[in-house]
Ligand binder design. Structure first.
Ligand SMILES: [Zn+2]
Length: 91
């Protein structure tokens, strides 16, 4: 699986696009009909039930958060990259 997104904001944009264009598709594992969209107040979240990928955007603070699924976390190097830590919600 080739990951095209680089930062949490891009993962969120990808998730939003895949959700519409790929019929609840997941930009992380590439499957379809597995992503759920939810809104928590100002936050919009996409979650993949297959690979545990999740990403959310807070419209109030403008912050984005993205976490790759377990499968990808083990092999990927995204988690070692500091930008994910920087992008974590304040609380
Ligand atoms: Zn997935």
């Amino acid at each position: 699986m080739k990951h095209t997104a680089q930062s949490p904001i891009e993962w969120f944009a990808e998730a939003a696009r895949w959700y519409v264009e790929a019929h609840q598709g997941c930009p992380c594992c590439g499957h379809q009909h597995c992503v759920f969209r939810s809104e928590w107040g100002p936050r919009i979240e996409y979650y993949c039930s297959l690979c545990d990928f999740s990403t959310c955007h807070d419209r109030q603070t403008g912050r984005c958060y993205a976490a790759l699924g377990e499968e990808n976390a083990r092999s990927g190097d995204l988690f070692a990259d500091p930008y994910l830590v920087d992008a974590m919600p304040a609380r």
